[in-house]
Design a protein around this ligand. Structure first.
Ligand code: SF4
Length: 259
């Protein structure tokens, strides 16, 4: 049995940066997957995304955003009508309460505008630290790290941190990367978690991070088995990036919804 020398802090930082660069090449299309055109729409979409896929949220929001354009519109919403519009996203009664209360608080405390500071955002109904960072990074251009379930799983598989508390993970990972990269890094990690490094069966044999990942082998390493696990519209490109024939990607994999 061989014993491996523990990784130094510098070694971990260098490996983290290499992972970051590999992800930039692997997911050039990474972006916030919740459709929005302003901070209010993004706040609403993130509230709706709890326990729901971004795809489903994006199906609901065009009609919702056309009907409710301002914080005052949500504050004065007819509860039954709003519930009906957002019902497909699940937990619609709680989400309706959050949206109406969000509208009220924004009108009462912030002149109807979504504030651009973390300390203010986290005091709003339905908005926790994760949501606040999504809003800051994508609507205000303030770098933010979004620790969702995918982010948490991947940085732990990469052994970039031993922390399990999301706030501590946020700080630990933030220390490994330049601040200006935080928002896009979060998108790329989440993209990788949704398309390649799945919770139950990661596509290790078709992953661009093989040489950088201490958890290689958690999922199938055989390329033919692994390639079937890739998901999303760029599944063929992801296969080609690791030298696997894109024709081995099943059609339904490329068409599959990402979780
Ligand atoms: S090698 Fe496997 S465990 Fe590591 S990032 Fe890739 S898919 Fe995930």
């Amino acid at each position: 049995m061989t014993t491996r020398t523990p990784e130094t802090d510098l070694g971990r930082t260098r490996r983290a940066r290499r992972i970051g660069r590999a992800l930039t090449e692997t997911h050039p299309d990474a972006h916030c997957e919740l459709d929005h055109s302003n901070a209010l729409e993004l706040a609403v979409a993130t509230i709706l995304s709890a326990q729901c896929t971004d795809k489903k949220v994006n199906e609901v929001t065009p009609k919702l955003f056309a009907r409710y354009r301002t914080a005052a519109d949500y504050a004065g919403a007819d509860r039954a009508e709003l519930e009906e519009l957002i019902r497909p996203t699940g937990f619609y009664r709680n989400k309706t309460s959050s949206l109406i209360n969000l509208g009220r608080e924004l009108c009462e405390r912030y002149g109807g505008e979504v504030p651009g500071k973390l300390a203010d955002l986290v005091t709003l109904p339905g908005i926790g630290r994760k949501t606040a960072n999504v809003i800051l990074g994508n609507a205000f251009g303030v770098p933010g790290i979004t620790v969702d379930t995918h982010f948490q799983r991947l940085v732990q598989r990469w052994r970039l941190t031993d922390e399990t508390d999301p706030v501590k993970i946020e700080h630990a990972i933030g220390a490994l990367y330049p601040k200006r990269d935080w928002t896009m890094l979060s998108h790329r990690i989440i993209f990788h978690g949704r398309r390649v490094c799945h919770a139950r069966k990661p596509a290790c044999g078709a992953c661009t991070l093989v040489k950088l990942c201490p958890s290689y082998g958690t999922g199938p390493t055989d390329p033919v088995a692994a390639v079937k696990l890739l998901k999303g519209p760029r599944a063929r490109d992801l296969a080609a990036a690791v030298g696997i024939d894109p024709d081995l990607v099943p059609q339904q994999a490329a068409a599959a919804d990402v979780p």
